[in-house]
Write a protein that binds this ligand. Structure first.
Ligand code: FAD
Length: 395
């Protein structure tokens, strides 16, 4: 019987998107797979993400899950997540990589060990076992493509090298957490591919705290507070930093301008009033708050240092606790952001993530112009797109 030749396939980038595309190809057995990475080590951003607990996905019905994404239509996200969503991703981790996962109290999925190093090790070992070849210190610096084949050009420690492939998929990552603009942006623009300017997303914001407050509370959490901005509301924990605020609520709905903090979201204003008014001792309003409200120390300090005359009037103090005004001055820079808006314009690629101008070259993950909040939505989108592209290349 005539043997079908294996498709020589290049996957560029060793983040979750590239590794998942390589995995689908490896499982299919239909390709000779080469994975390239410009750095000497693999999966840098995955390792960074893992340093604060590796939140790999979220437990939500597909319809609600898809509503968390910007860029592409909700229908397109639903289709992608239906083909390879949280269930398939968790199954892959459990069955193919042998890793235990769990669902946290906040409906977020984590790998049991909470670290990315073991995930990365298990993943690269799985791929090597399936015959995938890894090439570190290979930076993609050029590409050509026709309808029959492609040529890729790499910068390596031994000079520039070119190699022919049948097909390739690029997962080069976004603009966040980098010291400089990724080199692929200029390469793509030279090739007449539109790249939307990067902007920070899932990022801390600057707030002008008073020095007395900062002295007391820098580095401390504002536990279980509700942040409201013109972008929406989000409950969670914020951390006071020298320059402002970090934490899920500000990543979720941060936007420059006026915002308010509800420092006691589980009680209404009248419930707080009842609790504080009924105190027998003749304490000042601020002392009542301290003794009866159970605010976190940073929240108490925030009120104490910024409430001015309201500290002496119970109703005014309560109103401030429920609607503490803050000004989010501006986001922190791209280098400090968890993710970025911007990237390859979505109209440059087809429904199957193939460049319209460069046939046989595909692109996915954070380098595309979509965005989502933290909470596992970013990694999930990257692996879903990686699976979609990998399965297509294997077919
Ligand atoms: C601090 C932090 C915390 C995070 N926490 C979470 C979290 O808890 N949950 C979550 O879902 N997401 C989180 N993320 C985001 C998540 O890490 C990214 O969404 C994800 O890694 C993007 O995957 P990717 O495959 O698109 O690209 P990346 O992981 O960025 O990988 C791209 C790879 O391509 C390589 N590359 C780039 N250019 C070239 C080139 N020209 N040639 C060859 N190789 C190249 C890069 O070196 C890199 O290794 C976090 C990110 C940060 C920074």
């Amino acid at each position: 019987m005539k043997q079908v030749p294996l498709k020589k396939t290049a996957i560029i980038g060793t983040g979750p998107g590239g590794l998942m595309a390589a995995s689908q190809l490896a499982l299919s057995g239909s390709a000779e797979v080469h994975v390239f990475e410009r750095r000497s080590g693999f999966g840098r951003k995955l390792l960074i993400a893992g340093s604060s607990g590796l939140n790999i996905s979220h437990h939500l019905p597909i319809d609600e899950f898809a509503a968390h994404y910007e860029g592409c239509t909700k229908e397109e996200w639903k289709k992608l997540l239906t083909q390879f969503g949280p269930t398939e991703w968790i199954q892959f981790l459990n069955q193919e990589l042998g890793l235990e996962t769990f669902l946290g109290t906040s409906d977020r999925y984590f790998v049991r060990e909470m670290k990315a190093a073991n995930l990365l090790k298990a993943w690269t070992q799985f791929l090597e076992k399936h015959g995938v070849k890894f090439h570190s210190e290979h930076e993609l610096i050029g590409f050509q493509s026709t309808h029959t084949n492609i040529t890729l050009e790499f910068k390596t420690p031994n000079g520039v090298t070119t190699a022919p492939f049948d097909q390739a998929a690029l997962f080069l990552g976004g603009g966040s957490w980098e010291n400089e603009m990724p080199s692929w942006v200029e390469l793509f623009r030279k090739k007449n591919i539109k790249v939307v300017e990067f902007a920070p997303s899932n990022v801390g914001y600057e707030v002008a705290w008073s020095s007395a407050f900062l002295k007391e509370s820098e580095g401390q959490p504002l536990k279980k507070v509700l942040l409201s901005t013109s972008r929406g509301k989000k409950l969670g924990e914020l951390v006071i930093t020298k320059y402002g605020l970090e934490g899920t609520p500000v990543y979720f709905c941060g936007i420059s301008g006026k915002a308010t903090l509800d420092l006691k979201p589980d009680l209404t204003e009248s419930e707080i009033l009842k609790r504080l008014r009924d105190m027998k001792e003749n304490f000042s309003p601020m002392r009542r708050v301290k003794h009866l409200l159970g605010l976190s120390p940073a929240a108490e300090s925030l009120v104490f240092h910024h409430a001015g005359e309201a500290k002496e009037q119970l109703e005014k103090l309560i109103s401030m606790i429920k609607r503490f005004p803050i000004e989010l001055i501006k986001p922190r820079p791209l280098e400090e952001a968890i993710s970025s808006r911007g990237g390859v314009a979505l109209n440059e690629i087809s429904e199957i993530y193939e460049f319209k101008k460069f046939p046989r070259i595909f692109c996915g993950g954070e380098m595309l112009d979509w965005d989502a909040p933290t909470g596992g939505f970013l990694i999930q989108a990257c692996v879903s797109q990686g699976a979609r592209i990998g399965k297509h290349l294997a077919s």
